[in-house]
Write a protein that binds this ligand. Structure first.
Ligand code: ADP
Ligand code: MG
Length: 682
């Protein structure tokens, strides 16, 4: 049968399950055979029941000897089934399985039935049990073919769709479907006999080796789609005409006036950018450097090249606070050069005179929030657009920028270090410059985890630092609730710290404050009028107050590692030794692991790698961040070699047939048309 056959036309799928299947996105036979399993169970032979818990989930099969509702559990209503190992006689081991608040479980289980259970073994006293195991009842005779004596797939199900049921249907579907007809973006995939084999083996493999072979083949295909998208985006951008900009006088004057020399890494970055800007090609470059590595100066230097060549430059920040700070810095540094700098943020718009924006007196450097992008009139003659902290900025927005008709060069900056294999994918359409060196004479940052009970000691430490002239940030996490509650939480925190830190003056900063209040609070801290800033994560990105040397984070476990690293980047910006105090609200092993990473590591790349290990790449490469389709089989972290293979295949195709005009590339062209152009010209 054709893979296009609708599931509703098959008599072996009950009509009332069709809506459930649709909810999983399964409409056709082809969809069903490409609904890949989320794991496999080795049911070729079952291992003996273990007698102690271990690190990994276990798979057991046995006879249900006792089953019924638990006398406790309250509203959660518990159900327990005890299964006994086969052939053990009087000494047979027993393991209990328990479920809470899952009323249908009791309807499926009865004593005397055979059951397969999968879960993590625990002990309570002498008793061994599995909490909430995945399970399946066995009906010996009929099951032998599909559900037993083999490596069995477990597919993600849903309402009305047990793993068992899906397994049966997919088994049927694999036999019914002409697998060679399943479309693929990879040219020639259908003709490859190994592919049909792989589609079967990914569900019902004969061995784990066969499963791995199948997975590799299908993963490369999946990555091929993704890498084609990246290669085509890159080609698209490379073909965009740009304007050559040359000029180094302004930049040289800025550098000469600085109280410190540029680092080698900054100089190299500026040189790369200068070459890009001088070429007729449109620049599309990522500047990656850890927090505090001095990216702002690089951005400013690039802006001066554009300005000297007679263009406007724009620097966009993710928050108003950061935009204001850049504005202060830029005005201070550029006033001696006679450059007109203007600030544009949502709230600062009305109070500026409009004449300023056109003709003679137009600003040469425009600083604003990302919202500037949506104000087409603001930039009359943009030569360069810089996006600071690009991780807060979606790829679609970035694509919109690079394809602007007036063709400015684009420089995006991020402190989020992404391991190399991932960077190729996340930023595959960009040229990358790395700042791999910190400015000299930076104080050390010492990080420590302290129990909340130690709050008075910590406060005493903060006071001592402030006595010595230093300043401190105190970050508390926001429980996202109503505006009112948020404001209340903020004032409670503020009062608490004001008492703890008296007589030193404290300031308060949170997202719900009015822009000019935020501005005032920030300014008071920068000027040293307030010694401590009680803040939410609004200070997460970019804020630069070198005199601040202590950061205390309450309920630190609620933040992600990357975010904590960013927050910690607020200190250690001056010559003083700095201190980061992490106070977990809840002391769990997970919290310890996570915070322990920061205690041991200060380097952003190391933290990012650890973050990946703890969380997987999912969050790091969200669809919003990359504009790439989600992966079903591939693993960006583990499958680096396969990604490279797919990338080579994609590049080869574009090299042979850059417009994808050949018939064998039609499917790829159509698919890219839906993805890529949508993103790029949106
Ligand atoms: P980030 O890369 O996190 O954006 P910034 O650009 O805010 O870092 O720079 C952090 C601090 O380092 C600022 O106070 C800046 O003035 C200072 N700085 C930048 N470059 C140098 C340098 N070459 N030598 C000494 N200090 C520098
Ligand atoms: Mg910055």
């Amino acid at each position: 049968m054709s893979p296009e056959t609708l599931l509703g036309e098959l008599e072996w799928i009950p009509a009332r399950r069709i809506p459930n299947l649709r909810k999983l996105g399964l409409r056709t036979l082809g969809d069903l055979v490409q609904h890949f399993p989320r794991r496999h169970e080795d049911r070729r032979s079952f291992t003996p029941f273990p007698d102690s818990p271990g690190d990994h989930p276990i798979l057991i099969c046995g006879l249900v000897v006792k089953a019924g509702h638990l006398p406790y559990g309250g509203w959660r209503r518990g159900y327990e089934a005890t299964i006994e190992e086969a052939g053990g006689g009087a000494l047979a081991r027993r393991i209990s399985c328990r479920w809470f608040n899952m009323p249908y479980v009791g309807k499926m289980i009865a004593t005397g039935m055979r059951m397969v259970a999968y879960g993590r073994l625990k002990t309570r006293g002498k008793k061994l049990y599995l909490d909430f195991p995945e399970f399946e009842m066995i009906e010996d005779e009929g099951d032998a073919l599909i559900h037993l004596h083999r490596i069995v797939p477990v597919h993600a199900g849903g309402e009305g769709l047990t793993a068992r049921r899906l397994r049966e249907w997919i088994f049927q579907a694999l036999h019914a479907t002409d697998l060679a007809q399943i479309p693929s973006l990879l040219p020639g995939a259908g003709q490859n006999p190994d592919r049909a084999t792989a589609l079967r083996a990914i569900h019902f493999p004969e061995s784990f080796d066969a499963l791995e072979t199948a997975r590799k083949l299908l993963v490369v295909e999946e990555f091929f789609a993704m890498q084609s998208l990246i290669v085509s985006r890159r080609a698209h951008v490379a073909a965009l005409p740009g304007k050559s900009k040359v000029g180094r006088d302004l930049m040289a004057r800025l550098h000469a006036a600085l109280p410190f020399p540029l680092t080698g890494a900054q100089t190299r970055a500026i040189e790369q950018i200068r070459a890009d800007m001088a070429s007729e090609r449109r620049m599309n470059r990522l500047l990656q450097g850890d927090v505090g590595s001095g990216k702002t100066l690089v951005a400013l230097s690039a802006s001066l090249i554009a300005i000297e060549a007679g263009f406007q430059a724009a620097v966009m920040a993710p928050t108003q606070l950061l935009a204001e700070q850049h504005y202060q810095t830029f005005t201070r540094l550029l006033a001696p050069l006679g450059i007109r700098v203007a600030l544009r943020t949502g709230s600062r718009r009305a109070d500026e005179s409009l004449e300023l924006w056109t003709g003679e007196g137009a600003p040469q450097l425009l600083v604003g929030t990302h919202a500037l992008l949506y104000e087409p009139d603001e930039l009359q003659n943009p030569g360069l657009i810089v996006i600071d902290e690009q991780h807060k900025f979606g790829v679609l927005q970035r694509a919109r920028l690079i394809t602007r008709a007036d063709g400015p060069d684009v420089l995006v900056m991020t402190a989020t270090p992404i391991p190399r294999t991932l960077a190729q994918t996340a930023y595959g359409d960009l040229d990358v410059t790395l700042i791999d060196e910190m400015p000299p004479n930076r104080g050390r940052i010492i990080t420590g985890i302290r129990d909340t009970k130690k709050l008075p000691e910590a406060a005493a430490f903060l006071r001592k630092q402030m006595d010595a002239g230093r300043q401190a940030y105190i970050v508390y996490p926001l429980v996202e609730e109503s505006e009112k509650l948020e404001a209340k939480a903020a004032s409670v925190e503020f009062e608490k710290w004001r008492e703890l830190l008296a007589p030193h003056r404290c300031g308060l900063l949170h997202g719900r404050m009015k822009p000019d209040e935020k501005d005032a609070a920030m300014r008071a801290f920068v000027n040293g009028n307030t010694k401590a800033l009680i803040a939410t994560t609004v200070i997460e990105v970019g804020i630069d107050v070198p005199n601040a040397s202590v950061l205390l984070i309450e309920n630190a476990e609620r933040f992600g590692l990357a975010q904590l690293h960013q927050l910690r980047g607020r200190i250690g910006r001056g010559a003083h030794t700095s201190y980061c105090i992490l106070m977990p609200g809840e002391d769990t092993p997970e919290a310890r692991d996570k915070l322990g990473v920061l205690e041991q590591m200060t380097d952003g790349f190391a933290v990012a790698e650890a973050d990946l290990k703890l969380r997987g790449p999912g969050d790091m490469l969200g669809t919003a961040q990359t504009g790439l389709p989600p992966l079903r089989l591939g693993d960006l972290f583990r499958d680096g070699a396969l990604i490279q293979q797919a990338r080579d295949q994609a590049a080869a195709i574009f090299e042979k047939d850059s417009s994808l005009a050949r018939p064998e590339h039609a499917a790829l062209r159509a698919w890219l048309g839906k993805q890529d152009v949508g993103a790029l010209s949106g």
